[in-house]
Each structure stands twice: as structure tokens, then as C-alpha cells.
Design a protein around this ligand. Sequence first.
Ligand code: UTP
Length: 467
Amino acid sequence: MSMHDQESALRAAFDAHGQGHVFRHFGSLSPAAREAFLAQLAEVDLPLVARLIAGGGEAKTDMSTLEPAPCIALGAAPAAARDRGETLLRAGKVAAFTVAGGQGTRLGWKGPKGTYPATVVTGRPLFRVFAEQIAAAEKRYGCAIPWYIMTSPLNDADTHAFFRDNNWFGRNPTDTFLFPQGTMPSITFDGKLILESPGSLAVNPDGHGGALRAIHSSGALEDMKARGIEQVSYFQVDNPLVRIADPVFLGLHASDDGSSGEMSSKMVAKRDAAEKVGVFCRAGGKTVVVEYSDMPAELTNAVDAHGRLRFNAGSIAIHAISVAFLDRLTSGDFALPFHRAKKKVPYWCDDRRAIVEPTEPNAIKFEAFVFDALALTRTSLVMETARTEEFAPIKNASGDDSPASSHQIQSNRHAGWLERHGVKVARRPNGDADARIEIFPETALEADDLADATLPPAIAAGSELVL
Ligand code: UTP
């Protein structure tokens, strides 16, 4: 099709959907800018956008039937689970999968979040933390663990450059597969697409749920199958404490007792009712995650006969997902629902002839969430884990879930590991470690690995230790 024909067809389609305003600067664009803009417009799924504007295609859970989801309590996994997980790892059937396509707006870091210096003493960036952990697991299990990383069109080039500049963290580049997710256009509160410049739409990555489509369309899934991968260890880029190759969790998930096998999840007990995490629930005979913002307050605050939160199973966005499940979903006609969020989206102001950064939310972003795939599983299990062992997210610049809180949890975890081997660690009255402690994955992937390490007898208040 000639550019002229493409323009006519797109103008007609956008007009028909009440979105013809996006062409208002088209006449002033250079030929190259016109071509790029038409290519971007051609990607927009106008019928889907129209459905979403009209309120369809969105996530809906019947809150009146919600029950807490059953969970395998901390430490209650049978010993056979670890054996099964280790067998999977040794056989090279496990891949790592990081979703790193988010915009990280709350943290405000310029650059992909995976490049953020996350560790307590040496400030190693998140991508390095994961690469080193994968390398240590590969050594332990004598296997290759291919690593799939979902970027977005907005950070893909910078992520590639970071890996290249860091010599792929010593990994074979062919075992590291970066691919971008799709995008969704943002809309104004009255349902209009937004120009972020005269020749481009304001778009956002289509949510971590976009991973399921992108893993298929990028060829990553085919690559996994060609390598004989059976299980995928899914995690977010913002949690430096994630255990990527956890044999107990993988073994539970892959057990042949019919309890899961398609998509399993880890949870931690919620800190308090107000904590902003999704909660595992049962609805319609399925395990689902209900976002904190969607949960009615009377359920969020409900307590049981012992005074404990009834809906207590906080999601930490760690899943084991089988390749067979990904294949089943993506080869069929599946669609995850979209969630809408009010956000600040920079837009092109015709009067000022400039991009304006709004100070208040001015737009709606649509995102799919990966946990909505749980409702598409036949069965699914949830395993409890200890917050200090596995969850130190970096989301905000300060306060909860910030670099400072993550550092404290990282030090707390490592303090606990050292104490199990007789080291006396200074603690504050609230129980936090009063020292900055970093342990490299090469030294220990879990507490037991320190059994043969040379350890100091004590760690004084205010000191630093790197092992
Ligand atoms: P968050 O929900 O914390 O969002 O993502 P974010 O985009 O990183 O940060 P904010 O909300 O703009 O501050 C959780 C995880 O999901 C990934 C993120 O990279 C992070 O690992 N993610 C999120 C994607 O991969 N794609 C998306 O479209 C959204």
C-alpha cells in the first residue's frame, strides 16, 4: 500500500472511531515523521480501544463471593518438592523470566529500572544481581538457565545497551533473550487519544500481562521449546531478593498430584491491612489476585476469630509458569482483561507548542496484569514464603518499598543467615540489623551455603560487611 493510501485508510478508521483529531498536525510533519506516525497509528487496535473506552474488556471480579485462597504454609512443603525441583534444574528444564518493561515512574530513575544500583554496600544494579544469581544456580546445578527479559519499546534500546556495556554480565549472549512488549495508547478522561508530540501518540507499555502475548510473538516461547525448557521462573525487575531458582517452589509447582503445574505463586503474610499489595483469593472456583485498590474495605480489614487478617496472602509477583500453559494460552484465542489507572501523561499543547508535564493525573492508562492468567489455569497453588527472605521491592523514591527500605530488608536477610551460623549481629530495638550486610550469590544462595564460609564472630553496630 502506498503511503497515501495508508494515510487515507487510517484517517477513515480514526475518524470512524471519533479519534480523527490525532491527524491535526499531520500536514506539518516531514515525510519521515509522517511515515513513523502512520506506522504507530497502524499498531493501534481501535476496536479494542473503543471497547475499553465504553467500559468493556476490563477486569471484573465478583467481590460478593470472595474467599481467602488456600496457601501452603511457610515451611510446610514436603521434602520431595525440593528433590523434584532440583531434578528439573539439573536437567536444564528451567528458564528465568524477568518483566522489565515498566516505566518506573514512582522511583523516578532515569533509565530502565534494571540498571538501578540496588544492593546495600556495593550498589550493584538489579540486572547484575539477577545475572550473578543465575550464574551461581547454573554452577550449583550444572545446567544452563536461559534468561528471558521483557523490555518495552520505551526502554528496549537502553536495556540492550546496558547489557552490551556490561559484557552481558559474563553470560553467553545467546542464553539471554531480550524482547519488547506491546503498548496501549493512553486516553483522556473523555476518551480521546493523546498526542505527545505533533507526530506521535502517548502510549504506555501494556502491563506485565503483556508478557504472555510478547513471549509468543517475540519467538521467546519457541526458543524455550527448542531448548527443552518446561518451567519458567517469573519475577519482576524491582525485587533484588527474589530466589530465581528455588527448587522447593519449582518442585511443588511441577508435582504431578494435580495441585498445579500450570501457574503457581508465592505469597507473604501482609504487613498490615493497609499494605498495597494484591491479595490471593478464591472466586468462582479459581485462585485469583485482587488488587488492593479493587478490594472492598470491609474485606481488606476483615479479621478471623484469632484477630488475624482474613485476606492475608499478599502477592509478591513471583510465579512458576509451565511452558505447556504458555503454549496452550497463546496458541488459542485468549485475552487478559485490562485494568485502568489514572496517571499523569505528558501531552502536546498546541497553544504552547510544547510538551506539558501535568502535575495532576490527566489520563487513563490501560494495563493487563499477569496474575489474571491464574483464572485461566486448570488448577493453581500458592506457597507462603518469608518476607525477609524474598521480598525487598524498590518501587518508590522514599518511604515504603524504596531503596532505603529494600536495603534494610536485604541487610536483615543476611543478618539472619549469619546468625544461623553463630555470628552475633548488632540489632536495633525494632529488630532491624544495625549494619549494612551484602552477601553475593556466589558466596551463598541461601543460609545453609554459609556453613563452610569464613565468618566473623560478630558484626558491630553501624559497620559494613560484604561476603
Ligand atoms: P509496576 O507495577 O511496579 O510498575 O511494575 P512500573 O512501571 O515498574 O513502575 P511505576 O508504576 O511506573 O512506578 C511491576 C513489574 O512489572 C513490570 C515492571 O518492569 C516491574 O518489573 N512491568 C510493568 C512490565 O514489564 N511492563 C509493564 O507494562 C508494566
